[in-house]
Design a protein around this ligand. Sequence first.
Ligand SMILES: [Zn+2]
Ligand SMILES: [Zn+2]
Length: 416
Amino acid sequence: MSDIKAPKGTRDIFAPEIHKWQYLESAIRAYYGKYLYQEIRTPVFEHSELFSRGIGSETEVVQKEMYTFKDKAGRSLTLRPENTASVVRAAIENNLFETLAPLRFYYIGPMFRYDKPQKGRYRQFQQFGIEVFADDSPQVDAEVIFAAVDFLKKLGIEQVQLELNSVGCPNCRPAYLQLLRRAAQAEAHRLCDDCRRKIDGNPLRIFDCKQHACSEISRGFPVIGDHLCSECADHFAAVREALSWMNVPFLLNPRLVRGLDYYTKTAFEVTSGQLGAQNALLGGGRYDSLIRELGGPDTAAIGFAAGMERIILHLEHLEASRPRILFVACGDPQWLAHAMQLAQVLREEGYPVHLDYQGRNLKKQFKKADRIAAAFTLVLAEDEIRSGTVSVKDMASQEQVKIPLKELNAWLKKNY
Ligand SMILES: [Zn+2]
Ligand SMILES: [Zn+2]
């Protein structure tokens, strides 16, 4: 078995890093609960069609990055590359539009993309995100964006920067895309092969190209902001105004496009410069036609998805919220009954407790207490047993006190 490794682009997570994940997950639940988001858990695989119809068959994700397979009955299934399409599917299928209010969801879970693995990017990666359905007001855009930026700041992440754009709607985007195609066509000979292919399919993606030459050229292309219909322009102005009410600074980026086709109107990305170059931590926007396109009511929606591996990288400064352990050391195996009973009483009180059953001497038990980073070691040896006491050693300061057993609880309440 020893030559079997985790597949490329996947990883195991365990202590101490796992404490950061647990911390982040409970922070998400607590924070977004205040906005009445409720958790939704959807399957990790779906019918492939959901993603080709939902995300867009022309996108990079659908064309190159999906884990698609046939099951034994010949169905085409896909490991979810993102969660929004699934949440929409679930809401339609379970009639949540009629039964659940407010229609606000958050999710936490693994997504899968066949992508080039690099630091903070994996083929199985963890995202959390929020979705608001059936609300088309620009103020809800501002609230969602505020809750994205504010959450990252509350985690202690520094140099958080918000980039904002409007990507238009089915009324104004087609005419703009024609303009963009024409501009790109004229420069096609200078664009990279990848970008040339995007001209007919989705020319917006040219703005995403990492090739220096392409981004230089695309700087001269028309931007959607100059070609919004009045509805989109008004909406975008109202979003920016509401962001100013909430004191959220932003950078207008007229070339910000999102990787998935379903976005309309507001699009945003949040990055942090804390680890050097600006790293995208989350992105999202409005997707007012997706619910209808997937067979649901004609109703608006907005949300974002955040890459949790990237966020975890930014939590290095956080003291992992590890519980403080109590170690019960037993001076002689004949007092193991006392030790086990004391450990149980302490667990009932809510303390994490460990003890050693191997009959090792006290010196070795202290070593073990050190290895598991115990905060206190509670010693039960002959003297303590006879006098109904326990010796408590503070593992950091190395100070030791002897306390009557019946005062232990009160002592811990004060010193733990
Ligand atoms: Zn429009
Ligand atoms: Zn290019």
